[in-house]
Design a protein around this ligand. Structure first.
Ligand SMILES: [Zn+2]
Length: 357
């Protein structure tokens, strides 16, 4: 894409209840078919909303966006924190949220006892009963993220195989030059912990989170708020890891997309806990926007081989502990993250040999 502004883009699946309105907007010419290329989605028909719609654009709440006269329902809370803060700040006066959600969110940032879970769920019910209220500027005071610009004019809709998506763009701070010698950091993803980063002999790991079960009989509103909070807590843990890791990163090594999906019900859980979005979309985008390279390597056997041994040595995993026959004992996730870095250097060396030959 040929423009000066660094940005990240976020594809949100539109709820089926909105499809009919979108088709009407296409028929009336409010949404115009567009042949431009979007970096985020390579297939599907792109539609550009008309200028009045783009200008009159507000986030109404975590699942609703107003685009001119169109109300679009979707999982807008899936935008990462920094970008979400920017969109909400630009929507003040229209944006509504449940009162006192922050204590509910922070309660999820460490493990809970069953008694804690019961209390938490009661508080969620109480919050839902009060309804969403207009957010004020002071709700948005945030000591981590400085809002950047929501690039409203770039919002697009995409129809792909009968499904609709909306793409939102948010500006990123200016790119900094990555000094030579900055680290190659491997990030192993999982569910508990969500992510483990390793570079040299150092490592960083996401917080252990609570995920209270929501009983089947609960109202839709309570379930949705619990889901949004679970996502937000996981996202906060991943954002915190990024804050620790990105300042020292020159290259980020991630596993190839798709590998993780072979592990049981990992995909659904990874989607619920933000790590799928992080791994596929905003983690790499955030790194790129800061001038950090992102390299994906195949992750096969990275959790079964020893990262300390000079030669390929298979070890055994028991819970969070990895042991190799040579006596190396390591945390499983740190071992896997170090193996991603190792694989990166292996591929680099092979490419160099190929160039020399
Ligand atoms: Zn070993």
């Amino acid at each position: 894409m040929n423009d000066q502004t660094h940005h990240t883009s976020h594809v949100i699946r539109v709820d089926r209840s909105t499809y009919r309105h979108l088709q009407q907007a296409v028929a009336s010419g409010q949404l115009q078919p567009n042949a431009e290329h979007l970096d985020v989605m390579t297939h599907g028909q792109i539609y550009r909303p008309n200028v009045q719609m783009l200008n009159a654009q507000m986030l109404i709440h975590d699942r609703e966006l107003q685009l001119g006269s169109l109300t679009i329902t979707g999982e807008f809370y899936r935008v990462p924190e920094q970008e979400y803060t920017s969109i909400i700040t630009a929507s003040l006066g229209a944006y509504r949220q449940y009162p006192d959600v922050y204590p509910l969110l922070t309660a999820l940032l460490s493990p809970m006892t069953p008694a804690d879970e019961t209390t938490w769920l009661q508080d969620v019910r109480f919050t839902v009963a009060q309804g969403r209220q207009l957010a004020s500027g002071t709700d948005m005071v945030d000591d981590i993220w400085t809002p950047t610009a929501w690039l409203r004019d770039r919002t697009r809709l995409i129809e792909l195989g009968g499904d609709w998506f909306i793409v939102l763009y948010v500006a990123q701070p200016p790119r900094r030059a990555v000094p030579e010698g900055h680290d190659v950091i491997g990030v192993d993803i999982g569910l508990n912990p969500l992510a483990t980063a390793a570079w040299g002999q150092q490592h960083a790991v996401t917080w252990r989170l609570a995920e209270p079960a929501v009983p089947a009989g609960e109202s839709a509103e309570v379930r949705l708020l619990a889901e949004t909070l679970t996502y937000a807590a996981a996202r906060a843990a991943l954002e915190d890891l990024m804050v620790q890791v990105l300042p020292q990163a020159g290259t980020l090594v991630l596993e190839t997309i798709g590998y993780a999906q072979f592990r049981g019900d990992f995909t659904a859980s990874a989607r619920r806990r933000a790590v799928a979005d992080w791994h596929q979309s905003w983690g790499p985008q955030r790194a790129y926007a800061r001038g950090i390279r992102v390299v994906r390597v195949p992750a096969a056997f990275t959790s079964q081989t020893c990262s300390q041994c000079r030669v390929y040595t298979l070890g055994t995993r028991q819970g969070a502990t990895f042991t190799c026959p040579q006596g190396h004992v390591l945390n499983t996730h740190i071992n896997a993250a170090r193996n991603l870095v190792r694989r990166y250097w292996g591929l680099q060396a092979r490419a160099r040999r190929r160039r020399v030959a």
